[in-house]
Design a protein. Structure first.
Length: 276
């Protein structure tokens, strides 16, 4: 990995939607680092060849985005325990000996964003998680690792919730979709991990009438920043945490590994990512 300019990037198919190049380029400029972070459009059939070429091309690592996260875990030389548990890799570092080290920072990013946006939140009360996909898996694992007493998972397709609870283990309870509003009672945190509420999608069909007034509400969607769920929660007085911070915090470990400095999540970087 010779050369003065440090290289990293993000692999996906497609990759044009990713905000990662905009984010990492901001941090590189802000910290005065001579480096580049590139969007790398890689078809699924080419992922292995692309990853194994990173050392020869001088890359220090890459982020992995859809649809490669689950496949990449089988292509790296070493996998961090958290990535094994989540079942996906989103951050790869090229070691000095050329070996590829894979980890997953989604759970870390979610928890850091939650703590930054709601510093008083504690994991002692039940938590309701809407959704049962890959994002929900990372969120549930992150919550359990910080001591969540009970995580209630609710998804339109009950079978996916059952599978998630069975694979994760711990204090994860499955709730029927029809019972989602009742399941919000006594909770200290409501998390939407679905795309419902994203720009162009229908809002999450859920009344907050039974949600405690002191519960925190967060949404991993960040386009728009204030989803209909967050708007409704804020209107009734709940603390809300938008999804943009999860993207920012999950990016910190990779940046530090590749470029040697710890970037900060600031109002300036949030504004930069939110701008057109």
């Amino acid at each position: 990995m010779s050369g003065a300019t440090r290289l990293a990037g993000v692999m996906g198919w497609p990759v044009e939607h990713s905000l990662s190049p905009k984010l990492h380029s901001f941090w590189l400029r802000d910290l005065g680092i001579r480096g580049q972070y590139l969007p790398l459009a890689v078809q699924p059939k080419d992922l292995a060849r692309a990853l194994w070429s990173l050392p020869a091309l001088g890359f220090r690592g890459v982020n992995i985005t859809v649809p490669h996260k689950e496949h990449a875990i089988h292509l790296v030389d070493e996998v961090a325990p958290i990535a094994v548990r989540i079942g996906a890799v989103n951050t790869i570092t090229v070691a000095e000996d050329g070996l590829l080290h894979g980890t997953n920072t989604d759970a870390f990013g979610f928890v850091q964003n939650l703590r930054a946006g709601a510093p008083a939140w504690q994991p002692g009360r039940p938590i309701l998680v809407i959704g049962a996909g890959g994002a929900a898996r990372a969120v549930c694992i992150g919550l359990l690792e910080v001591g969540a007493a009970e995580v209630r998972v609710c998804n339109r397709t009950r079978a996916r919730s059952d599978e998630l609870a069975r694979e994760i283990g711990g204090n994860v309870l499955v709730v029927d979709w029809s019972d989602r509003e009742a399941a919000a009672e006594e909770t200290g945190l409501l998390v939407n991990t679905t795309t419902l509420g994203m720009q162009g999608s229908d809002p999450l069909p859920m009344s907050l009438a039974r949600l405690p007034m002191d519960a925190v509400v967060t949404d991993i969607v960040y386009v728009p920043l204030k989803t209909p769920l967050l708007t409704a929660a804020e209107r009734r007085g709940n603390i809300v945490v938008d999804g943009l911070g999860m993207l920012l915090y999950q990016a910190q470990p990779g940046f530090h590994s590749w470029f040697g400095q710890q970037p900060k999540v600031t109002a300036a970087v949030r504004s930069h990512l939110s701008s057109g």
